[in-house]
Ligand binder design. Structure first.
Ligand SMILES: [Zn+2]
Length: 558
């Protein structure tokens, strides 16, 4: 059975909710759909858990977490997370990788963290919005320019206001494009550009723009949280949606890896948020780079450091983000993927990863022509004269940011979702995986038996996931327990702590004195057991918080 969901278009809250319920109804055994929070405007924040329950309880398997649309405008992210749900469920039983992962692991997916904000930004006039539904668009600012669709065409774009002091002029080849006036340049027709809107308490002179106060829930997490950060909220987890995420993450200590989806940029972001690579733990940096290479192969997106390559002003590092909490504190291997790169798609050579502009005329021409051809007037609004009640005769038009820079047109969506979900699956499959390789019983004479269990990590990642988890003392040791039935343990403890078992990521090159030293991936545990009868039996349980649980039972024999 296949649940068909169109991935060449964007789904509003009602449609997305219906698709999630259709999946939950079609695959009641493999998935559960619950609400983790109610938004300010009463919408449920949906959370889907996917695994095969026949292969064991969810907390006894490695978990992988995917979330999307913490930021209102980033519609492609929600599509990707919904695609992950549909891909895992529709392909279970036919696709080898999907079947293996749904059997051996569990997926935790929050397809739309911020349903209120998403709705503001998805329905006309497509409010430029980052925060949630704590306030309505326009309520977040006291005075000054309030973005609004003043000409009633269903879009909030730009106003170009003729002004001899202006810093913008029309491009000589395409007057739809605004380019910056150069220093010392005089004698042309110049403009000021403002977001389309009305000015509250206008003094008739200065167009004041207050910084938006809609909030930024990806600054609402506790690690390195500061109220000074734009949008941080009143205190960590102050928003119902982030409080719901906290519960998902804390209730599932088996989460080994995470991908938080954002737009835009066409890059995979990795830690650190606050340090140069040279200050990061070298083994962690090495495994982030190795996983990132897989991501680049599958998505075409390079993997870069948030702080080193995505924070041009080092005094403005990001604080209180989700990955600060999940990696820097909990040691979970966490990526943040910025989907979609309009400029690269339009043929602009990539120069740097974080660049607010201004863009030169040639770049803008490539982008403008691509958007007009591929998105039409849903992506670019031709400039139209408008008599502004406060500013006089002006023009309204320009790029519809949400449907150009922020999100791809529907026809490019599915391939992007697919490639990124493939990386999620490969990252998930890198989890530590605890297995009991053998349990051997050696009869020592009389009713005495030596029981030997060999326990290994078969995964790529270590059972501690990261070096940071060890430094922060949050890594839990692998434990091995022996249960006797009609038998008695006579030597060595019933519970044994094996410590952390390394993954194969530690051995990225042949052994060298100068390189990373190797630690054990396999350990042996021995017990002496006295049989109390012919049906004597022992059960060995090996358990790792991150690497799952395995059990093996052996009869002792007479
Ligand atoms: Zn974002």
């Amino acid at each position: 059975m296949t649940v068909k969901i169109p991935f060449d278009t964007y789904h509003d809250y009602e449609a997305m909710t219906a698709h999630l319920h259709a999946l939950a109804d079609a695959y009641p055994k493999l998935c559960t759909l619950t609400s983790i929070a109610k938004s300010f405007q009463g919408r449920d924040v949906w959370f889907m858990t996917i695994t095969n329950p026949d292969t064991g309880p969810i907390l006894e398997k490695p978990g992988f977490y995917i979330d999307a649309q913490i930021h209102a405008e980033e519609h492609a992210t929600s599509a990707t997370a919904l695609y992950a749900c549909a891909y895992l469920l529709n392909n279970y039983g036919t696709d080898e990788e999907v079947t293996r992962l749904v059997d051996s692991q569990v997926f935790y997916i929050i397809p739309r963290i911020n349903p209120d904000g998403a709705e503001y930004a998805m329905t006309a006039p497509y409010h430029p919005w980052c925060g949630n539904g704590r306030c309505l668009p326009g309520e977040d600012r006291l005075e000054g320019l309030i973005p609004q669709d003043i000409d009633g065409d269903g879009y909030i774009v730009q106003m170009r206001v003729p002004d001899p002091k202006g810093e913008w002029k029309c491009d000589e080849k395409n007057p739809d494009i605004m380019v910056q006036r150069e220093p010392g340049e005089e004698g042309g027709e110049y403009y000021r550009l403002y977001p389309e809107g009305m000015i509250r308490n206008y003094d008739g002179v200065h167009v004041h723009i207050e910084m938006q106060q809609d909030g930024n829930m990806n600054r609402n997490f506790p690690t390195n949280w500061t109220p000074q950060e734009y949008g941080a909220g009143q205190y960590p987890f102050s928003e119902p949606e982030t409080a719901g995420m906290r519960q998902v993450i804390l209730d599932h200590p088996n989460i080994t890896g995470m991908c938080a989806y954002h737009t835009h940029g066409g890059i995979i972001l990795r830690p650190s948020m606050l340090q140069m690579d040279s200050e990061m733990s070298p083994p962690d940096l090495s495994l982030y780079k190795a996983l990132g290479e897989v991501g680049e192969k599958l998505t075409g997106y390079p993997t870069i450091s948030v702080y080193e390559e995505f924070t041009p002003d080092k005094s403005k590092a990001r604080h209180g983000t989700l990955t600060d909490w999940t990696y820097e504190e909990m040691g979970i291997i966490s990526f943040g993927t910025e989907l979609w790169d309009l400029e690269r798609t339009a043929g602009v050579p990539k120069e740097g990863y974080y660049n607010l502009g201004p863009r030169d005329a040639e770049t803008q021409r490539l982008v403008h022509d691509w958007v007009v051809e591929n998105v039409g007037d849903h992506g670019f609004r031709p400039w139209k004269s408008f008599d502004h009640p406060q500013l006089g005769p002006i023009e309204v038009g320009g790029m519809v940011y949400i449907w150009s820079y922020r999100n791809p047109p529907g026809k490019l969506l599915e391939e992007m979702c697919h490639n990124n979900v493939l990386f999620n699956l490969r990252h998930a499959a890198a989890a530590p995986r605890i297995e009991i390789d053998t349990v051997e019983v050696e009869a020592l004479g009389g009713d005495l038996h030596k029981v030997t269990a060999v326990v290994s990590n078969h995964g790529y990642l270590p059972t501690n996931l990261s070096d940071v988890a060890i430094q922060n003392k949050v890594a839990k040791p692998v434990t091995v327990t022996l249960d006797c039935e009609n038998a008695e343990l006579t030597m060595n403890p019933e519970h044994v702590k094996l410590g952390n078992l390394a993954g194969r990521n530690e051995r990225r090159y042949a052994y060298s004195n100068w390189g990373q030293q190797w630690s054990p991936v396999t350990k042996k545990v021995e017990w002496l057991v006295r049989s109390k009868g012919a049906d004597a039996k022992v059960t060995v349980t090996a358990a790792s918080e991150k690497g799952g649980t395995d059990r093996s039972s052996v009869a002792l024999g007479a």
